[in-house]
Design a protein. Structure first.
Length: 82
């Protein structure tokens, strides 16, 4: 998990998702989970927005990066302008 921030604001994580071409899909309201689709692999992913607060912890971020099939270095490169 080295190289990843200890905490990351949710809005910055969402910025990276947009860079990767993911867009939100309709889900059942109230579940705190967003389903996203893209033309890249994986084509469909889901993430739980942090609650309470708006910050992802490093362990959660690491799991989400793995879901996106990215390395920590690839993620950090995408994060630079977010």
């Amino acid at each position: 998990m080295s190289g990843l921030p200890a905490q990351l604001p949710w809005r910055r994580f969402v910025c990276v998702l947009h860079k990767l071409g993911y867009s939100p899909q309709k889900t059942r309201a109230g579940f705190g989970e967003g389903v996203l689709q893209s033309t890249r692999q994986p084509t469909t992913v889901s993430f739980r927005e942090p609650h309470p607060g708006t910050t992802l912890r490093q362990a959660t971020l690491h799991n989400y990066i793995r879901k996106l099939m990215l390395t920590s270095d690839e993620f950090m490169e995408l994060l630079k302008e977010c």
